[in-house]
Design a binder for this molecule. Structure first.
Ligand code: SF4
Length: 474
C-alpha cells in the first residue's frame, strides 16, 4: 500500500504544479489598468498634424513601474476621442488645459463604480478640486508612490491623497514605449528633471523642484537605442542644465549616441547659456541635433526683469543674434519661444516684438499668450489682484492653452492683447513669412534637412496659431 502511494507521489506533485501554474496564468492579466491621456476638446491645433503630437511619457513610465500581473492599456485622445473601455483601475494625467476633459472622463468611470486616480501637474497644484472627480489624487511626481498605490488598491485601502517626494531619477526605468500609439513620429525621452531658475510664469520649479536630477546617461542612451522612431524629442526643460555636472551629463549622452552610431535626429529645449558651451553644441550637432528651442520670451530687458528670466538678462538681449549664429553654424535650427502679454507689455511693445520675431534669424516661432498656470507665482499674483477673466472652473481651464487671453493684462485691455496677438499670429503664420523663414534657414544653416525641419515646425505652429477661436467674450 505504502509502495503504491510512493508511486503516486510524483504524479500528485506534477498535478499540483500544473494546477498552481494554471491559477497563476488565470491571475496574470486579470487586473486591468487603463491609463488615459485626455486632450483639450476646445483647442486641438496641436493635434491637427502628426508631427506636433507629443507622447504621454509619464503614463509610459508609470506602466513600467506597474507589476506584471496587471494588463495595461493607454487610451490616448491625441489620436482618438475617448470611448468607454472597461477597467479595474483608471489613471488619468492632466495639464491645466486638459484638466476639464480629464474630469469629464473621470466622471464616466466613477458613475460606473470604477476607481479613478488623477495625477499630473495641474491636479498637483489644485488637489482639492481634483478630489471632487476622483477617488484618489497623486500630488507631485507619481513614480515615488505608484507601487504603494497599487498595493493599497489590491488590499482595498486606496487613500484619497498620495503626496510624492521628487523621484530618484538615477533609477528611473525607461518608459513602456510599446504601449504608446504607433502614430507618433517623435519618441519622447527624458534625461533630467528640475530647474534652478525661477521664472514667474513657469510651473517647473513648483512641480519638478529646483534641483537638477539626472538619469543614468547609459540608461538614457539604451532607451534611445530601443525605440524604433528615427526622430527623438528630449522632453527636458533644459537638456544642458546650468552647472558642470549637467553639462557633463549631456555630453556623455551625446557621445554615447555618436559612439553607438544611433543615427537619430533630435530636438530639445535649452536655455540661452548654450552659447557659453561651444564644445557641447558641437557634440550635440554630431549626435543628430536638428533643432533647439530657446526661451527667448522677449527682446526687451524690462519684460525679462519682470518675469525673472535671469539667464537671458545675464547674457544680454544684444547677444541673441550671436547665439542664433552659433546654432546655425552647426546646422541647428533655432526655435524661439516668445511670450505676448507680459506685465510690462503694451500694444506698441507687442508690435515691436512681432517685428523682431519676423526680422530676426529665429527660424521657427512659438508665440504664446501669457498664461498664469496654477502653481506659479504669476497665478498667485493675478488671483490676488483679482485679474482672472476665465474663472468658471473647472470648465474654463480649457482656455489655459497659451492662445486665449485668460486674465486682465497690466498694460492694456484684454481685447487689445487678444487683437495684438491675433495680428501677430496672422503675420507670423502667413505663408509668405514661412517661405521666407525657410529660405533664410537654408542660407544660414546650409542644410536642406534643417530647413525642412524648420518648415515643418512652422507649419505645426501655423495650425495652432490660425485655429479658429471660440466666441469667448472678455
Ligand atoms: S522657463 Fe525654463 S528657465 Fe525658467 S524656470 Fe521654467 S524651465 Fe526654468
Amino acid at each position: 500500500m505504502q509502495g503504491s502511494f510512493d508511486l503516486l507521489k510524483p504524479v500528485c506533485r506534477q498535478f499540483l504544479q500544473i494546477r498552481i501554474a494554471y491559477l497563476c496564468l488565470m491571475t496574470v492579466g486579470t487586473k486591468r489598468l487603463l491609463l488615459i491621456n485626455p486632450a483639450n476638446s476646445y483647442r486641438k491645433g496641436y493635434l491637427l498634424r502628426r508631427e506636433s503630437k507629443q507622447v504621454p511619457l509619464a503614463l509610459g513610465i508609470l506602466a513600467s513601474l506597474t507589476p506584471p500581473e496587471w494588463s495595461i492599456k493607454i487610451l490616448d485622445e491625441n489620436f482618438r476621442e475617448f470611448r468607454f473601455r472597461d477597467a479595474d483601475l483608471v489613471g488619468i494625467t492632466a495639464v491645466t488645459a486638459s484638466a476639464n476633459r480629464a474630469f469629464e472622463i473621470a466622471t464616466v468611470y466613477r458613475e460606473k463604480g470604477i476607481p479613478v486616480v488623477l495625477g499630473g501637474i495641474h491636479v498637483s497644484s489644485m488637489p482639492e478640486e481634483a478630489l471632487k472627480f476622483a477617488d484618489t489624487v497623486v500630488v507631485g511626481e507619481a513614480e515615488g508612490v505608484w507601487k504603494q498605490l497599487l498595493r493599497d488598491f489590491d488590499s482595498g485601502n486606496l487613500r484619497k491623497i498620495y503626496s510624492s517626494a521628487l523621484s530618484d531619477m538615477n533609477n528611473m526605468p525607461p518608459a513602456r514605449h510599446d504601449l504608446f500609439h504607433p502614430g507618433y513620429i517623435f519618441a519622447s525621452i527624458q534625461t533630467s528633471r528640475g530647474c534652478p531658475m525661477d521664472c514667474g510664469f513657469c510651473s517647473v520649479p513648483f512641480f519638478n523642484g529646483r534641483q537638477y536630477r539626472l538619469r543614468n546617461p547609459e540608461a538614457v542612451v539604451d532607451e534611445i537605442a530601443s525605440v524604433a522612431n528615427k526622430l527623438i524629442y528630449f522632453v527636458d526643460d533644459n537638456i544642458i542644465g546650468y552647472n558642470k555636472e549637467a553639462e557633463i551629463h549631456a555630453a556623455t549622452i551625446f557621445e554615447g549616441m555618436i559612439r553607438r552610431n544611433l543615427k537619430k535626429e533630435w530636438f530639445a529645449q535649452v536655455s540661452l547659456n548654450i552659447v557659453e558651451k561651444p564644445g557641447l553644441l558641437k557634440l550635440a550637432a554630431k549626435s543628430g541635433c536638428r533643432m533647439l528651442l530657446i526661451g527667448i520670451e522677449a527682446e526687451n530687458p524690462d519684460a525679462l526683469k519682470d518675469t525673472n528670466k535671469r539667464v537671458n538678462l545675464r547674457l544680454g538681449v544684444d547677444n541673441y543674434q550671436k547665439a542664433f549664429r552659433m546654432l546655425h553654424r552647426h546646422g541647428i535650427v533655432v526655435l524661439g519661444a516668445f511670450i505676448f502679454g507680459m506685465e510690462t507689455d503694451s500694444v506698441e511693445s507687442l508690435e515691436k516684438r512681432t517685428k523682431y520675431v519676423l526680422s530676426s534669424s529665429v527660424d521657427v516661432v512659438q508665440a504664446s499668450v501669457m498664461t498664469p498656470l496654477p502653481g506659479t507665482k504669476l497665478f498667485d499674483k493675478i488671483s490676488r489682484e483679482d485679474r482672472l477673466l476665465c474663472r468658471n472652473f473647472p470648465k474654463d481651464w480649457q482656455h489655459f492653452h497659451f492662445s486665449d487671453v485668460v486674465f486682465k493684462p497690466a498694460g492694456m485691455t484684454a481685447e487689445e492683447l487678444a487683437r495684438a496677438t491675433d495680428s501677430a499670429y496672422r503675420k507670423i503664420c502667413n505663408m509668405n513669412a514661412i517661405r521666407l523663414k525657410f529660405i533664410r534657414t537654408l542660407w544660414n544653416t546650409r542644410s536642406l534637412r534643417s530647413a525642412v525641419w524648420a518648415w515643418n515646425s512652422n507649419m505645426n505652429y501655423r495650425s495652432v496659431g490660425l485655429e479658429k477661436r471660440s466666441e469667448y467674450k472678455y
